[in-house]
Design a protein around this ligand. Structure first.
Ligand SMILES: [Zn+2]
Length: 129
């Protein structure tokens, strides 16, 4: 049975990001962002804030979208190659394609995730550099 709620924590290499419904954070970010947000990755606070009223499928898509922002941040791509609107376009286009690929290929997901005994953070460092 599919989990109804997202995980409370997601690990990105050396950092753990809290996932929570957080309307106050979204409203605060909307004021500086200039448009309505359904989710946001707040790097400084290691948090992904989700809109509490998101429907089930939309919640999954928004969470993946914010995870991609977190990966861009953690791989330092946001500083040069993927700042601002370029990052938003990439993340927005990749999210539905990646989610669809993951859903259609559970054997691929199982295969990719089967090396869980390798928790060596050097592989993340290598990936990020
Ligand atoms: Zn975004």
């Amino acid at each position: 049975m599919a989990p109804a709620d997202p995980p409370k924590w997601i690990t990105f290499g050396p950092i753990k990001v809290r996932v929570k419904d957080d309307d106050a954070t979204l409203r605060k970010r909307e004021r500086s962002h200039g448009e309505a947000l359904m989710g946001v990755f707040v790097a400084d606070e290691c948090e992904i804030a989700l809109c509490p009223t998101l429907q089930d499928q939309q919640r999954r898509s928004v969470l993946l979208h914010e995870c991609l922002h977190a990966l861009v941040d953690q791989t330092a791509l946001d500083g040069d190659l993927l700042a601002g609107e370029a990052q938003e376009q990439l993340v927005s286009r990749l999210t539905p394609a990646l989610l669809d690929m993951l859903r259609r290929n559970p054997e691929l997901v199982a295969y990719l995730c089967s090396m869980t005994e390798n928790k060596d953070e050097r592989s993340w460092t290598h990936y990020a550099s």
